[in-house]
Design a protein around this ligand. Structure first.
Ligand code: ATP
Length: 218
């Protein structure tokens, strides 16, 4: 068992997938839900599955919630439960609370009351899907700031068999290639003479505008 311990509160579709994946990755996970049925469904997967109301401070204390490295509030529709649970967790001294927000206002409230990380899974998934549907090469994006990102994309056809300097990626397009993935190999920090071939996956850093241009190329 790896030594980071997680607790997931609210075992809906999102919470359940999270419990499954953390367990698969070899971590100890406690699943908590008010609904006994949800707990029965998780008993086989989670390290511990406990029926409890997360708005009950004493119940959370009794579970030793403070000792978990990360607690994820995955309660969705019930915004009141989600917010109160987050407050209680922070008051009990949980180091890292990750809370799932339903919308921007809810997210703001969660930040104000001390959630360490606020996530918007539905919104983020929709944004990612939309981008991958409209762009030719886009695969994945990590936001570094509101204006800069690292993206993963297929090599556009117009770049094939050309070196980075020939394409002018940095000088003309404002994009820095951090790595190239070719079959099972990764070329890290490629030099200007490195060529791109069909099927290469590029990991590139730049402004969102510049990155959008290269991910939309044919
Ligand atoms: P998903 O989209 O992940 O399925 P959802 O929006 O449908 O989520 P909800 O049904 O609102 O999510 O909540 C997820 C789970 O959180 C449910 O299983 C529900 O029983 C549980 N839950 C709600 N309130 C509490 C609470 N106070 N304490 C513990 N669990 C709770």
């Amino acid at each position: 068992m790896k030594n980071k311990q997680f607790a997931v509160i609210g075992i809906g579709r999102f919470g359940q997938s999270l419990v499954e994946e953390l367990t698969r990755l070899g971590y100890e996970v406690m699943a908590i839900d008010i609904d006994e049925e949800k707990i029965n469904d998780t008993v086989e997967i989670a390290t511990h599955a406990v029926q409890a109301d997360s708005m009950d401070e004493d119940a959370l204390k009794a579970l030793g919630i403070r000792n978990f490295d990360v607690v994820i509030v995955a309660i969705g529709n019930n915004i009141q439960s989600n917010i109160l649970t987050t407050i209680i967790l922070k008051e009990l001294g949980v180091k890292k609370v990750v809370a799932k927000a339903q919308n921007a206002l809810h997210g703001k409230v969660l930040e104000k009351i001390g959630a360490d990380v606020v996530i918007y899974p539905e919104r983020d998934m929709a944004i990612k899907l939309a981008r991958s549907l409209v762009s030719n090469n886009f695969l994945e994006q990590i936001n570094l700031s509101p204006t800069y990102s690292v993206i993963e994309l297929f090599t556009p056809v117009t770049f094939i068999n050309k070196s980075l300097v020939e394409i002018g990626l940095r000088k003309k397009m404002g994009v820095t290639v951090l790595a190239i993935r070719r079959d099972d190999n990764v070329i890290v920090a490629p030099g200007p003479d490195e060529k791109l071939y069909k099927g290469d996956i590029i990991i590139a850093l730049g402004s969102n505008e510049d990155l959008q241009i290269i991910s939309d190329l044919d």
